[in-house]
Design a protein around this ligand. Structure first.
Ligand code: C5P
Length: 220
């Protein structure tokens, strides 16, 4: 079975997806981390971020894997490095490149092949897994998303303000909504969950209930 979790930055997708996958014993695919990994290696190799074909070739050539909650590129743990602001910025042109998105789509489908998977991103239900068993679009107000991200960054020791987080989030939202391919939008058949007033546990409960309902429907 496949459950897709899409939505804007800060909607609580990653923590919910990780917890859901652990609870179900399923694989977890963090597709944002995959785009970040390509951006990291592109910078390391001095590849221009406007070289779409070069970036796509890079995306095809490196081996991205998830193991024990870590992100590995060719066996190297890049989990911390891909979360820096520098990589967040560099990921935008990488994720905007249609050829990279195409390579990622193929890779993500290969990763999920034959497995039970929770996959999380922007286009998982709309583009990559249009036949997913359960599609969810997680969202929250811009203020709530920024508050969560700010708390998270503070806990990682980053010195930043709520206003700065809100401004950077607004830029990312705009980019996510306006990219020509893989635009952030709920699939027509996605269930939208607004998480402002929900704890992470409540979100995971709802997701698990959707999976259970789908399994039940499959048995009938
Ligand atoms: O979710 P996260 O912040 O890690 O995503 C990193 C970047 O990758 C963002 O710029 C986001 O727009 C992009 N992305 C994407 N498609 C996905 C997942 C992430 O374009 N499926």
């Amino acid at each position: 079975m496949i459950i897709t979790l899409d939505g804007p930055a800060g909607a609580g997708k990653s923590s919910a997806a990780r917890a859901l996958a652990a609870r179900l014993g399923w694989c977890y695919i963090d597709t944002g981390a995959m785009y970040r990994a390509v951006a990291l290696v592109a910078l390391e190799r001095g590849l221009p971020l406007d070289d779409d074909a070069g970036l796509a070739a890079l995306a095809e050539a490196i081996r991205i894997a998830f193991a024990d909650g870590r992100v590995l590129v060719d066996g190297r743990d890049v989990s911390a490095e891909i979360r820096t602001e520098r990589i967040t910025q560099a990921t935008r042109p990488v994720a905007d490149a249609p050829a990279v998105r195409d390579a990622m789509k193929r890779l993500q489908r290969r990763m999920a092949d034959g497995l039970d998977v929770v996959t999380e991103g922007r286009d998982q239900g709309s583009v990559v897994f249009p036949h997913a068993d359960v599609k969810v679009f997680l969202t929250a107000s811009a203020e709530e998303r920024a508050r969560r991200r700010h708390r998270e960054e503070e806990s990682r020791g980053c010195d930043t303000t709520l206003a700065a987080v809100l401004a950077s989030q607004a830029r990312r939202d705009e980019g996510d909504r306006s990219r020509p391919v893989g635009r952030l939008e709920p699939a027509a058949d996605a269930i939208v969950i607004e998480t402002d007033s929900l704890s992470r546990e409540e979100v995971v409960e709802r997701l698990a209930a959707l999976v259970e309902a789908r399994r039940g429907a499959g048995r009938r």
